[in-house]
Design a protein around this ligand. Structure first.
Ligand code: PLP
Length: 367
């Protein structure tokens, strides 16, 4: 079984995002191993297609990109105070600072390595995850001012993250925009002028051009999944296909049960195909009996329970052209193929989680 990642689709999606971004630069977000598409390959494809920078969560993720030869700016935004900031400085990785304690840790790394740390301040404008609070922000600015004067730190950017951007008209978007502008003004009052400011994720990039500022930070749209499925797909192309090859085709007589617990009983004599992919590989057991695969030119329903390593599909009367070895597409991008969004709808989750699910024996291949 494999995930096939279409790097031409990544390039296509980045071009679409660049069009929507207008004059703003594009930072392609490749955290969590590129949303499970492969951070290095996606990062390189995105940069080749015109992304200016890459964004990840942690310093080790950024170091892996550097080790793969990527020289573009890389921002990392969620690190504990005891993270290896010296490694970040050595690899020329920009650090998103969310607390005074973190700023002090970066300062210590700058002093111990003799390098200038490139930092961006992450301000909490309403998401209330990480980001400097209104109380800590002025203290951090005062500390930063000294560090900039001492050339221990280069102050690159102020950035923040939106809570409700997948609802473009949500009032919180405007509240956060106003607080973001306030934070920029407060920095200026402290004599600090960032080189750039950025706020938008994928949904904001595609639906709220007024929030683009100097750079946008799309993630999910890079992978071809619309962040606002009810509004538009913007011509994005899903980059990931999750597929497995039929292990065997067999007959099941009417009245026989299939898979653990016999939750499905063949209503008539039928032919089934065994697909060697299970919940250990990212096929959710809670999808049992609730999803189709694209196989032999048709959609075929899963019947019975999804097991750890395998599941069964019913070929019904239309089995003649299905053979062991044929590819079964669990989700992909073809017009009739099931989509990650179909899984998300059935699982009451979002397609972000669906594409992050293939794992274990699901080998990744690039086309
Ligand atoms: N910026 C930050 C700080 C993030 O944490 C994320 C993802 O959570 C993104 C940008 C990209 O978000 P999306 O995948 O919704 O575009």
């Amino acid at each position: 079984m494999e995930t096939v990642v279409d790097l031409a689709a990544i390039a296509h999606n980045v071009r679409i995002l660049r069009e929507h971004a207008g004059d703003a630069a594009v930072m392609a977000v490749v955290k969590a191993d590129g949303y499970n598409h492969g951070a290095v390959e996606v990062g390189k494809a995105a940069l080749a297609a015109g992304a200016a920078e890459l964004g990840v969560t942690t310093i080790p993720e950024a170091v892996l990109l550097r080790e793969a030869g990527i020289t573009a700016p890389i921002l990392t935004w969620l690190n504990n105070s005891d993270a290896d900031y010296a490694a970040a400085l050595t690899a020329d990785i920009e650090i998103g600072v969310s607390s005074l304690a973190q700023l002090r840790a970066v300062e210590a790394a700058a002093r111990s390595t003799g390098r200038t740390a490139t930092i961006s301040l992450k301000v909490d404008t309403g998401l209330h995850r990480n980001g400097l609070t209104p109380i800590e922000y002025p203290q951090a600015l005062a500390a930063l001012r000294t560090l900039v004067d001492e050339q221990a730190v280069r102050f690159r950017a102020i950035f923040s993250h939106l809570a409700c951007a997948d609802e473009p008209e949500h009032p919180t978007n405007d509240v956060q925009r106003a607080r973001f502008l306030e934070a920029i003004a407060t920095a200026k009052e402290h004599g600090l002028e960032p080189e750039l400011v950025h706020l938008s994720n994928s949904p904001a990039t595609l639906t709220r051009p007024d929030l683009a500022f100097d750079m946008v930070r799309p993630g999910i749209a890079v992978y071809g999944l619309t962040p606002v499925p009810d509004i538009d797909d913007f011509g994005l192309r899903p980059a990931m296909t999750f597929q497995a090859r039929v292990a065997l085709v067999k007959q099941v007589a009417a009245g026989e049960g299939v898979s653990y617990g016999h939750t499905w009983i063949a209503p008539h004599d039928t032919t089934v195909a065994l697909i060697p992919a299970g919940y250990a590989d990212g096929v959710f057991r809670s999808l049992s009996g609730r999803f189709d695969v694209w196989l032999g030119g048709a959609r075929r329903p899963n019947v019975g329970r999804v097991c750890m390593d395998q599941f069964v599909v019913d070929l019904g009367d239309n089995a003649a052209d299905v053979r062991a070895g044929d590819p079964a597409i669990l989700f992909g991008s073809g017009p009739d193929e099931p989509r990650a969004q179909d899984w998300a709808d059935r699982l009451d989750t979002i397609h972000y989680e669906v594409v992050c699910s293939p794992r274990g024996r699901a080998v990744r291949r690039y086309v």
